[in-house]
Ligand binder design. Structure first.
Ligand code: OSB
Ligand code: MG
Length: 369
């Protein structure tokens, strides 16, 4: 395999509805889409960095800079036998996992397509329906939230995650529990609490949540360990798990009992496979997170979710919850049983619709070996 050209585009897609978290409200996604080519074959990748550096320090503009100045030139024209080798070609760029992941994951798609195999095969997974959950943003009232939960459950989803922040935690959880006592329910704070909020979070122990996701700051591993020791509810880390080293540290410290894998946050599929191996060896449950991806990133996520360590429902839901139309056609849909079928065919199994991609593109550039 030899990457002969790389095309980058900044793509703008409005969200079907705004998504509010403890760090702000998103009403559109503007991301870098990557196409890598070898001969007549194209691999696709989607960068999960957002326009604002709120979920993580990375941004769309920053990813464009790092990709065009450092990462793309380092891989163009370099022979490779496997996408795992791409990490060895990177110049010494610290961080920028999302920029690295987008190019790395496009290369995995290209590799799988060149082998005429589905991506899940080359990742070491086995095609199976993927159990799907939804992530529901902060709502204007507990009543509005319960209505949203009802409509998501009518679509079949197997678990519900709600976003929380100080002042929007116990009341919305109790409102859902009053109507759905047995629902598989969890909360995600996106780092909105401090260790001294422990007693407030311990009130949620009564609500039998599957987990509390990322209650404290991204670099608070030691504080998470202290908090976990004081809670019955399992802590799941998202923002903190920037790669295999952070995952090993978090597990050694007892900072979490569950890990959310997002390949974009960790630098791609290579580091994700390493975290998957580490977590399964230690019997730590995993699930696949989401970053409001278009159908391209969503398809990548579904293929990775086929690995055996992903034992809990993921944040990988139907396209129509995010974008209508999606960049891909047909869009990704959820079955009545709350599972999603992994797209068939070589690589990720989907490609952008030309006209939609052109209409959504704000800026693009092509680089050749
Ligand atoms: O914390 O998991 C998160 C979306 C954007 C940034 C961070 C997160 C999320 C979600 C939505 O929770 C997951 C999805 O539906 O794609
Ligand atoms: Mg999260």
């Amino acid at each position: 395999m030899r990457i002969e050209s790389v095309s980058l585009a900044v793509v703008h897609l409005p969200l079907v509805r705004p998504f509010e978290t403890s760090f702000g409200t998103m009403s559109a996604r503007e991301f870098v889409l990557i196409a890598v080519r070898d001969g007549g074959v194209t691999g696709w990748g989607e960068c999960v960095a957002d326009t604002d550096p709120f979920y993580s320090s990375e941004t769309t503009t920053g990813a464009w800079h790092v990709l065009t100045k450092y990462l793309v030139p380092s891989v163009l024209g370099r022979p490779m036998t496997h996408p795992r080798e791409i990490a060895r070609l990177w110049p010494p760029v610290r961080g920028h996992q999302m920029a690295k992941a987008a190019l790395e994951m496009a290369t995995w798609d290209l590799y799988a397509r060149l082998q005429r195999k589905p991506l899940c095969d080359v990742l070491g997974g086995e095609r199976r329906p993927i159990a799907s959950g939804v992530s529901i943003g902060i709502q204007p009232s507990p009543e509005a939230l319960v209505d949203r939960v009802a409509s998501e459950l009518a679509d079949g989803y197997q678990r519900v995650k709600i976003k929380i922040k100080p002042g929007w935690d116990v009341a919305p959880v109790r409102a859902i529990r009053a109507r759905y006592p047995d629902l598989a329910l969890m909360v995600d704070a996106n780092a909105a609490y401090r260790l001294q909020d422990g007693p407030a979070l311990a009130r949620l122990d009564a609500d039998k949540l599957m987990m509390i996701e990322q209650p404290l700051d991204y670099d608070d591993l030691v504080q998470h360990a202290k908090l976990q020791a004081s809670l019955e509810t399992a802590i799941c880390l998202d923002e903190s798990i920037t790669g295999p080293k952070a995952a090993a540290d978090a597990l050694d410290l007892g900072a979490c009992r569950i890990i959310n894998i997002k390949p974009g946050r960790m630098g791609g599929f290579g580091p994700s496979l390493d975290v998957h191996a580490l977590a399964t060896a230690r019997s730590v449950p995993l699930w696949h997170g989401g970053m409001l991806e278009s159908g391209i990133g969503r398809a990548h996520n579904l293929h990775l979710s086929t690995l055996p360590g992903f034992t809990l429902p993921g944040d990988v839901a139907a396209s129509r919850r995010y974008f209508v139309p999606d960049l891909i056609d047909p869009p990704i849909d959820v079955r009545k049983d709350g599972c999603i079928d992994v797209p068939a065919g070589a690589g990720i199994g989907v490609v952008p619709v030309d006209a939609r991609l052109r209409a959504a593109t704000r800026h693009s550039e092509r680089f050749r070996a």
